[in-house]
Design a protein around this ligand. Sequence first.
Ligand code: ZN
Length: 338
Amino acid sequence: MRGAVLYGRRDVRFEERDVPTIIKPTDAIIKISVTCVCGSDLWPYRGVNPVPEPTPMGHEYCGIVEEVGSAVTSIKPGQFVIGSFFASDNTCPNCQVGYQSSCQHAEFVSTAQAPLLRIPLADGTLVATPDVPSDDMVPSLLALSDVMGTGWFAADAANVKPGSTVVVVGDGAVGLLGALSAKQMGAKRIIAMSRHESRQKLAREFGATDIVTERGDKGVARIKDLTKGIGADSVLECVGTQESMMQAISSTRKGGYVGYVGVPHGVELNGENLFYSHVHLHGGPAPVRRYLPELIKLVWSRKINPGKVFDLTLPLDQVAEGYRAMDERRAIKTLLRP
Ligand SMILES: [Zn+2]
């Protein structure tokens, strides 16, 4: 089979890869219906994270179960399934409290930009949909594998409640779906920080009530203006840079919450400033598995349509263009069809 392999800076190739097989009795093999490029794939693509050797890519997936190992009991061939980018047993103490991305047996699923994918710990990792979905629903189900689950975790970690005032830092796909999540959780006011017109439009469609185009200290000043000098109840940090993290903390009211899901790159917090900020900080790799049953229901009943973040669809063999378009910000998120 052929799939995506990253060789180095801005060098993704579509080439021959090993066909995955059942290695452990708890594994499943799925036939990928659709996969996509993640904002976090751009860190190694841009050379920010080193790429020491050719590396198969992709961690967002959904598809039909082809085969299961002898110890798999709840997942069956023919089912349409979705899983998180972290495989988890869903039974250990960390999983039981809802932090499946810190499962004691977590394994990163990292080869999804391909026609076939091996899923470890299939019973714990995969969630089947009620039936095989119609084609138009598949992109929204794919979004649950990471980007929607991560936006949802950002809003949940930021304690969004009915009536909350929410700020979203970052207008990538996660930030946009963070706005959708906040709306779904009943936020009254959702301020999206974005300077790109197409993204502002989608943010509004997803529920943003205000747009702030300024960044850094000027951005914080605008948030303070809009909140009578108080700051927001809940701030979703969906970027992972020093500037975005400081923007998030400084935009939060005393006693408010920051949910941070942008993978930190060079972020350092000053203990004393943090002490006097009086904010709650909660984040990390999203425990997507915790939210899958609920989010599948919301998509299945067509209450949410997170698949709208895919504004470019390509056949998998054009994966290099998929990365390029996101790198150059011509696309918010690229959907790939094997
Ligand atoms: Zn676990």
